[in-house]
Design a protein around this ligand. Sequence first.
Ligand SMILES: [Zn+2]
Length: 327
Amino acid sequence: MKPQELCDIDDLATSLVVDVFLGFNTHKMNTEHKERYKCKSHLKPVIDEFIKNQSMKLAFESFWNRKYIPDHLFKASYKKLVRDHIERYMGMFYLDSGFRIEPCYRYSLENKVGAKVNATSHWHKDGIIKRLVGCVAELTEKEEDEILHVGKNDFSVMYSCRKKCAQLWLGPAAYINHDCQANCKFVPNDKGTACVKVLRDIKPGDEITCFYSANFFGENNVNCECCSCEKLCKGAFKTNEEQPKLGRYNFRQTNGRTNSYRSPDKSKKVKEPKTPQKKKNEVLEPCTPNKNPEVDKGEALLGSPYTKIIQKTRGLDLDQASKSPEK
Ligand SMILES: [Zn+2]
């Protein structure tokens, strides 16, 4: 899928499935056309029926209707793409899925109303949660400029150092939150998708989390609001010494992180965080595609810490050719 198609189809799928299930609107890529992709709450019976009969064919017959599908997607050429992507979300209701997207009232960046992914069955270390997938679409720099709006819809963008481009990453797995002691990690799947590998045993009800990076929420994740930080009185919950007066997440750290990924200067390599479960080539890392030097200031940057990056060659093959915002 091209990036704009992925944005449109993902917004459609989340509005038809996730938002209907949760009862409120969740993240959208098309910030200008929010109305088009609003929660269709009266479709709840379609989901209830699917949970009982597990028939994607029947569910899709209800969804594929001019009333719900925007005109530009209501075409034979899009039908399969739309169906497949809706099924990725409906996948959480399959009996064997082992996860559900649930409401999350934790993170200040989402004004404390967002979503998370919870396990619905036991998962054992090294297991793969196959239905918990994300779809990747590579972005040209022009598309980055056209599609991404800092702090508004850059919640799931990664930067591939191997391919030297930013990538949109959307699907059920884009609802996974960060945790400093994450129980899962993102791994490449079939072409154009990624899914989730289990790092330690998980029981039903546990939140499924991934580690975005060591400096995602400020340096050393000083502003991290994850559950592990709360338990260990770290990150945003650290009380025994003075915290930087950031209020919320700090762009400066994001900017520094970005520069370190994009800088051609090898001395600015990102250090390998000391997390034993990491392997090269299979790591999700955060980075804001920082093509806007002017974004160095202002409230618009608050969303930046959502921005994620898959760095395929962690710290070893930094993007030598990319532009450096410092020059
Ligand atoms: Zn944390």
